[in-house]
Design a protein around this ligand. Structure first.
Ligand code: HEC
Length: 185
């Protein structure tokens, strides 16, 4: 008889498990915790956990996605133009250029140079090489500046700008950003 009783309980429990009637299962479980039932109940909890697990990767993926976008911005900012650093880079140009006043030194002033037509600073005696390149280059677009500042003599052979160039792309970007930021003031 007892065996039959356990059997009946386990069948009821199994049904309850299949139907997912948790309260019913809990009631039976709490009222009389037979050994077999105790063994059978955990799979349901396991199944619940698995459901949660199935949800977890989604959440993780969503979190990772958020992280990616969150990371993407500072990363873009880190590799993007940094005018503050550009100001430091400009120390290399200072001996020959003013960037904050329209006064020439060894080189022409660089006020508003980003977008300015090549060899157009009034009163500065440009080299013939620079004047000859002016038509071809047009204006000091950021693209032209990126190339020129990397290798002045390569872009304008015969330029009288005695400067080896900024080899680091980031330095060029930053110094251009700095020159632009001055123009905005
Ligand atoms: C040793 C002096 C010297 C240094 C250092 C120097 N330049 Fe020049 N720069 C010149 C001279 C001289 C010219 C005029 C070139 C010519 O006429 O061939 C010039 C021209 C330029 C021009 C073209 C301007 C125009 O009106 O067409 C730009 C832009 C420029 N320099 C930017 C820079 C930047 C940015 C730096 C620092 C990374 C720098 N230069 C460093 C001397 C210098």
């Amino acid at each position: 008889m007892r065996r039959l009783g356990y059997f009946a309980v386990s069948i009821v429990l199994t049904l309850a498990l299949i139907l997912g009637v948790r309260t019913f299962a809990n009631m039976v479980f709490n009222a009389k915790p037979p050994a077999r039932a105790a063994i059978e109940v955990p799979p349901m909890r396991g199944a619940q956990k698995e459901e949660k697990k199935a949800e977890a990767p989604k959440k993780e993926a969503a979190a990772a996605g958020e992280q990616k976008t969150a990371e993407a911005q500072p990363a873009a900012a880190a590799s993007g133009p940094d005018p503050k650093h550009g100001k430091k880079v400009f120390a290399k140009c200072k001996a020959c250029h003013f960037a904050d006043k329209e006064k020439h030194k060894v080189g022409p002033h660089l006020v508003g140079v980003v977008g300015r037509p090549v060899a157009s600073a009034e009163g500065f005696k440009y080299s013939d090489a620079m004047k000859a390149k002016a038509a071809e280059l047009g204006a000091w677009t950021e693209e032209n500046l990126m190339k020129y500042l990397e290798n002045p003599k390569g872009v304008v052979p015969g330029t009288k700008m005695s400067f080896a160039g900024l080899k680091k792309e980031q330095d060029r970007r930053d110094v251009i950003a700095y020159l632009k930021s001055l123009a905005g003031k």
